[in-house]
Design a binder for this molecule. Structure first.
Ligand code: BES
Ligand code: ZN
Length: 617
């Protein structure tokens, strides 16, 4: 009985803590991509006070960190990439202290070490950002839809937050934040927090993120931005000329949130809004809390690419609520999110839709593994990217091998049981960061429960710590795609294409059809296909990516102009890099790639051009 009586006050204290800031890392784990010594002292809250200067292309201000120093450390270590640190002081009274830097390393930057004392509770850092800050893209008016005002946005994931705010830049360390941001009066500022919906006359905006988040979810956008509600808790921010189209395209947002809640419990962040960025945005979407950032290139005019919103929304549970503790656990973010995304898809758009996504997932996984080599350690779910840029780990191992691992567990225990497990997993770890090992521990205790047969069936070790594709991967298939296989076969036999466009209609169907076209296509066949389907002129970026890759491979020059403008106008990294790679396979292609890149590079985000610089050098 005694332990029970003793446990009551402890449980009461735990229950009263609003959100648990302690993490795998503050308890002694290690993040190879951060200098922060969280075991000694770690941050809990940020008060940010910054001004955005478009002339200097610089953010200037002060980051005041409230810290937990219960261990009595004498040094607090932050991550810093190319920041200019002007002054550091301690406490509300700003008493002076000293600071020093560690050695600068490629992509991870350097340690900023601040001398503190056992009773230090606040550290204030005055700084400015560098022109080369890897998280920041400063757009000229010409690079926006409206062409009148400049625009700034951040992209912090994976380890770029340290280039615009001095922080402990590890996903295992969480903090709440308040911010005051000064911008030119004609612009609106937005963050990954509670947001304003209209501009004010002062150009000063206040933000509050009441939930503890990791640094990679810090985000800011500044531009000529307007807002329109979709329903009572969802809405869209975009430049004025894009807003109406975007609101129409994303009309299902509210339904997506409701479907997600039905699956895995309440949406805990308050509002869920989208910000449609200019086309240089380097991703399809980025799950910044309260405000998903998305590329305008998914506005196809027919709602065909909205599953990206399901994906970013799903991160409000997998990723933002329960976070990978280090980038070596990245599959916990993206594998879970792909699984969750497709469950929302299925709920809203039917099983045939989710089935098609699953087939694409299998293709993507097979491609990733054949690129990396089936025996490569990088094909384990638990990865080791220490000494390398964690962005190299953002591949289909995390996304699709992670997805198939979860599909396998679902198949082994049944959907009902797996859903209950996932829901309890999110609840039990809300606002915490987890390592792969902590997830596996939870899986063992709550689902496998010592059942040896079940453990074998799921095959955990092979999936998480083994290479390639384990034998028990679930088989996937799509009825619609089988029909397309038949149509393809018929065409190859008869040469008869006419009418096919009436049978291959949706974006997924076209994408599949293109992916299954034979390797020995002739130029005549390419132009016959184009006549039937108008692929070259398509505005659907999934179709464009597939078709343009073929066009390059088969020297189908009728697509040259469209490929060129696609590469110049679209900055979505994972939708343009494959095309540059395809071009680089031949000497003429290389010449074309270099010539296009000369014009396009200025439109790309630092992340994007750094990746393409490497390819083209
Ligand atoms: N969080 C990722 C984007 C990301 C990953 C940024 C790693 C930086 C480093 C986001 O949720 C994502 O996965 N976006 C995809 C969406 C797709 C899988 C539906 C994208 O941008 O294509
Ligand atoms: Zn994602």
């Amino acid at each position: 009985m005694k332990w029970f009586i003793l446990a009551i006050p402890v449980l009461m204290i735990l229950a009263c803590q609003p959100e648990n800031h302690k993490t795998a890392l503050s308890e002694g784990g290690a993040d190879p991509h951060s200098y922060a010594n969280a075991a000694a002292a770690f941050v809990k809250h940020l008060d940010l006070d910054i001004a955005v200067d478009f002339e200097q292309q610089q953010i200037k201000g002060k980051a005041s960190w409230t810290i937990d120093n219960s261990a009595g450390a004498t040094e607090l270590v932050f991550d810093d990439s190319k920041l200019n640190i002007e002054k550091v002081s301690l406490g509300a009274d700003e008493s002076s202290t000293t600071f020093s830097f560690g050695q600068e390393k490629e992509f991870i930057g350097k340690a900023l070490k601040v001398a503190i004392s056992a009773d230090t509770r606040q550290v204030n850092i005055y700084y400015t950002t560098d022109k080369q800050a890897s998280a920041l893209q400063w757009l000229t008016p010409r690079q926006t839809a409206g062409k009148k005002h400049p625009y700034l946005f951040t992209q912090s994931e994976s380890i770029a937050a340290r280039s615009w705010i001095p922080c402990q830049d590890s996903p295992g360390i969480r903090f709440t934040y308040n911010a005051r941001v000064r911008v030119p009066k004609e612009l609106l500022a937005l963050m990954s927090a509670e947001n304003p919906t209209v501009k004010n006359d002062s150009g000063v905006y206040h933000f509050k993120q009441v939930h503890a988040i990791p640094s990679y979810l810090l985000a800011l956008a500044v531009g000529d931005i307007t807002f329109k509600a979709v329903d009572s808790r969802t809405g869209v921010y975009a430049e004025p000329s894009v807003l109406q189209k975007a609101v129409w395209e994303f009309a299902d947002m509210g339904k997506m949130v409701t479907a997600a809640e039905k699956l895995y419990g309440p949406y805990r962040w308050g509002r869920y809004d989208l910000l449609v960025l200019p086309p240089s945005f380097p991703f399809g979407g980025m799950e910044n809390p309260n405000l998903t950032f998305i590329t305008p290139t998914i506005i196809a005019g027919d709602r065909s690419l909205v599953s990206i919103i399901c994906h970013e929304l799903a991160h409000s549970w997998s990723g933002n609520l329960v976070t990978n503790a280090t980038w070596n656990d990245f599959w916990l973010n993206e594998g879970f999110t792909n699984y969750f995304e497709r469950r929302i898809d299925e709920e809203l758009y039917g099983k045939h839709e989710a089935d098609m996504q699953a087939v694409f997932a299998r293709h993507a996984l097979d491609d990733a593994i054949s690129d990396m080599g089936a025996g490569s350690k990088d094909t384990h779910l638990k990865t080791d990217y220490s000494g390398r840029n964690p962005d190299e780990g953002t591949n289909d191992i995390a996304y699709e091998k992670g997805y198939f691992f979860l599909r396998g567990i679902e198949a082994a225990v049944g959907r009902e049981k797996f859903d209950a497990f996932l829901r309890s997993y999110f609840d039990a770890h809300a606002f915490q960061s987890l390592t792969t090992e902590q997830f596996l521990d939870y899986l063992n205790k709550n689902l496998i429960k010592g059942d040896g047969e079940l453990e074998q069936k799921i095959n955990v070790k092979a999936w998480v710590y083994g290479p390639g594709i384990p034998a028990n991967i679930v088989a996937v298939g799509s009825e619609r795609f089988k029909v397309i296989d038949g149509l393809l076969g018929r065409w190859r036999k008869t040469g008869q294409l006419t009418g096919l466009r009436k049978e291959i209609v949706s974006s997924n169907e076209k994408r599949y059809f293109i992916s299954q076209l034979p390797a020995d296509l002739t130029a005549t066949e390419m132009s016959e296909l184009d006549k039937e389907f108008h692929f070259t002129a398509s505005n659907n970026t999934d179709v464009q990516l597939g078709w343009y890759t073929l066009a390059i491979r088969h020297h189908y020059t009728a697509a040259d102009q469209r490929i060129r403008s696609y590469l110049i106008e679209n900055g979505r990294m994972w939708h343009i890099i494959p095309l540059y790679k395809a071009l680089l396979k031949t000497p003429e292609g290389t010449k074309t790639a270099k010539e296009i890149y000369k014009i396009a590079r200025g439109n790309y985000h630092p992340m994007t051009y750094q990746a393409i610089d490497k390819l083209l050098k």
